[in-house]
Design a protein around this ligand. Structure first.
Ligand code: GDP
Ligand code: MN
Length: 379
């Protein structure tokens, strides 16, 4: 789960990281009010869960409260990389002398948290990593020993930070690391961490990604989820406990088990088509869950055929079959479907589906081939 910039920065501030004074607004009038309270020049920032808002015109300075209202009016409702802006953050503008990057990320290959810093702050860090990787200094934290001061200094010296900023920088690095660990984050990033005209450090932008599997330990953070920012399919999938990822292809897939779902997507590609989604209905799925999954798949206009690949173990084929029929009662569709049902109660499952308009397959290969043919109108 991603946090918005304002949420990320407030979380950082709880650990002592200095952030600008500011507040969120959802209307131009509110924006004007916040700007009037802050006084002086403010920055109006679109709150959407993508990077590069600055370049897209979603971050603008305003010299007065009136101007802040006008700028907020322009930015609210704006489309940034496919996302509509519903909120803006009004921050006291920073007097920026320099922009640096500081981030903590889970380095799975190293089995360590990696802390990274770069003097090339403000820009897209992925681009810095791709074009000038030598500009990124990385240290990895040994979980048994913790984040050591010398490592923070290694980052500070590595990016050529002025001597008087080394101590405040190492403090912020520790605070960010503490924040990362205590929130079970997979990413906590300040970009830019600015050096102000009066030589102070200030976190001007923030990004946090939380580990969904650990959210149950953080009800306060889980409550920050912004339903505005989810697609309808994502909300529905989450509500029914389905793992769903929207993809670009034309074959909708419903599978029980993440590994089998990945294999199913591979086999679809092997036969020359692309999966429209990843969808794992999980073990022991009941009919209502199956029906919800099918509604989500069929709501996607890209889907030209659906492949059910069910390997019954804990999940019973007859339950899945009932779910499919239940979904058909609710949805009127002419999208062709192919089922491969094997395992626990396969005979019962096949009998339930016998009357339905569905092609059947005995193997995954056959199922995938039929689904690809069906998507092309050749079945
Ligand atoms: P992003 O483009 O989505 O990463 O949004 P940022 O919050 O990082 O803002 C983009 C850029 O806008 C920053 O790198 C700064 O150069 C500029 N910016 C952001 N806040 C301020 C501010 O308070 N004052 C000034 N002068 N520039 C700012
Ligand atoms: Mn940024």
């Amino acid at each position: 789960m991603k946090l918005q910039e304002y949420q990320s920065k407030r979380l950082f501030a709880q650990f002592g990281v200095p952030i600008p004074d500011g507040d969120v607004a959802t209307t131009p009038a509110e924006a004007r009010e916040v700007a009037a309270r802050l006084g002086g020049t403010v920055v109006v920032k679109s709150q959407v869960l993508v990077g590069g808002r600055g370049k897209a015109g979603g971050v603008k300075l305003a010299k007065s409260a009136d101007e802040a209202g006008r700028v907020a009016d322009q930015i609210l409702g704006m489309d940034i990389k496919g996302l509509t802006v519903h909120k803006v953050l009004i921050d006291q503008a920073a007097d920026i002398a320099d922009e640096i990057y500081l981030g903590a990320v889970m380095d799975r290959a190293a089995r360590r948290v990696a802390l990274m810093a770069s003097a090339a702050g403000g820009m897209d860090i992925e681009e810095v990593a791709a074009t000038t990787p030598e500009k990124i200094i990385t240290v990895r934290i040994d979980p048994a020993v913790g984040f050591q001061d010398y490592q923070a200094r290694q980052l500070a010296f590595g990016i050529g930070l002025a001597k008087e900023l080394v101590r405040p920088f190492t403090t912020i690095a520790h605070q960010l690391f503490d924040c990362f660990l205590s929130s079970d984050a997979t990413l906590a990033e300040i970009n830019p961490l600015v050096v102000t005209g009066d030589n102070k450090l200030l976190a001007v932008d923030g990004k946090v990604v939380l580990d969904d599997s650990a959210l149950f330990r953080h009800p306060d953070l889980a409550a920050l989820r912004d339903a505005d920012e989810e697609t309808e399919a994502e909300t529905e999938a989450r509500r029914h406990g389905l793992s769903y990822v929207d993809l670009d292809g034309e074959i909708g897939c419903m599978v029980n088990g993440a590994g089998l779902a990945m294999a199913t997507m591979d086999v679809i590609k092997l036969y020359g088509a692309e999966p429209a989604n990843f969808l794992d209905i999980g073990g022991g799925a009941q009919a209502d869950k199956v029906a919800a999954a099918l509604r989500i798949i069929l709501a996607d206009p890209k889907v030209k055929a659906v492949l059910f690949n069910i390997f019954g173990g804990i999940t019973r084929c007859d339950e899945v079959a009932k779910g499919i029929l239940e979904a058909f009662e609710q949805i009127d569709t002419d999208v062709p479907m192919v089922t491969r049902l094997v395992g626990t109660n396969q005979e019962e499952g096949r009998a339930i589906l016998a009357g339905a308009q569905m092609a059947t397959a005995n193997s995954l290969a056959e199922g995938a081939q039929k689904a690809v043919a069906a998507a092309r109108g050749n079945l």
